[in-house]
Ligand binder design. Structure first.
Ligand SMILES: [Zn+2]
Ligand SMILES: [Zn+2]
Length: 305
């Protein structure tokens, strides 16, 4: 099985920086919507989705030419396989209308929830699979109408030491389910965390222009990558060779199904900014780059041939 994603590095357009998971005082966040938007704008973000628990916000007038604000909500349907009826998904629905009704039925069933998000034209991202309740790949595989998964969630890392869900994401791919990798900070602005989760994870989107429709399309088609630090400048396959170029890092991994990988490491105290390797024996390839502070970026998988 091959990913159906388009390779964003081969698409025309520009890169835009986004965060798709954020709480405000509308639910359990520590700041008002307007203040959250201002801080992300000042930080240079271009896309921000406000995803309070089971609530949308009035975001009218908050977008400008440089940053678009999307409405969303974080929803909590139970596991469909009922591994444990007390555990639930957290799903960020991106692109809802303000005042969107949330029918009770979908909170009882994850697929109903995902179908509803799809029906109203929004996009579903599975949030922090390793926080709150562990969502194994076996639970996620087979779900329809889900576009992406948070591979890196900075609040989960700070709060639970569980921010990195690459393993669950990779296990989904091993089972033929390809989800777009996203990075989100899940900012709650709690004083006990010192706001250190804020700006700690993001998603880069390749788009022809900054519109809500383009943002949702980029998530649906995988025209994005997740990061907690490094910048990926190029990633493609030419004549069976994978090529990645990135900001200075200390290691680069090309990965395929199972545990197959090819690696390049910088010498002690040095950095590297690219890697080329023959991956012609693989069906698809993805790249993970890691900087000297152990911050990572994850590309989506692209077909080899
Ligand atoms: Zn959550
Ligand atoms: Zn959240």
């Amino acid at each position: 099985m091959k990913p159906k994603f388009t390779n964003p590095f081969e698409l025309p357009g520009k890169w835009y920086k986004g965060n798709f998971h954020l709480h405000t005082r509308t639910s359990d966040g520590g700041v008002w919507v307007e203040d959250a938007v201002r801080m992300f704008r000042e930080r240079g973000y271009n896309v921000l989705a406000v995803t309070d628990h089971i609530n949308t916000n009035d975001i009218s007038g908050l977008s400008d030419k440089k940053m678009i604000v999307l409405n969303g909500a974080e929803l909590h349907p139970p596991f469909h396989k009922r591994v444990n009826p007390n555990v639930e998904y957290h799903i960020c629905a991106i692109g809802l209308k303000h005042g969107q009704p949330f029918p009770r039925t979908f909170m009882r069933n994850v697929q109903d929830c995902l179908d509803y998000i799809h029906k109203v034209g929004a996009v579903a991202i599975i949030a922090h699979p390793k926080d709150v309740s562990l969502v194994p790949a076996t639970e996620m595989v087979g779900l329809k109408h889900v576009a992406g998964v948070e591979v890196w969630t900075s609040l989960s890392e700070i709060d639970m030491d569980h921010g990195d869900a690459e393993k669950e994401w990779a296990e989904c791919m091993d089972r033929g389910m390809f989800l777009a990798a996203t990075g989100s900070d899940d900012a709650h602005w709690a004083p006990r965390h010192g706001w250190s989760e804020v700006f700690g994870a993001w998603t880069m989107l390749k788009m022809p222009s900054l519109t809500e429709a383009n943002v949702l399309k980029a998530l649906r088609t995988g025209a994005c990558y997740a990061s907690g630090g490094p910048t990926v400048k190029d990633f493609r396959v030419v004549d069976g060779k994978a090529i990645v170029k990135c900001s200075p890092v200390t290691r680069i991994h090309f990965k395929y199904s199972g545990d197959l990988r090819l690696n390049r490491w910088a010498k002690l105290s040095k950095t590297i900014n690219g890697f080329t390797a023959d991956v012609s024996a693989w069906k698809w390839v993805r790249a993970v780059v890691v900087d000297a502070k152990n911050r990572k970026a994850w590309t989506n998988p692209i077909p080899v041939a």
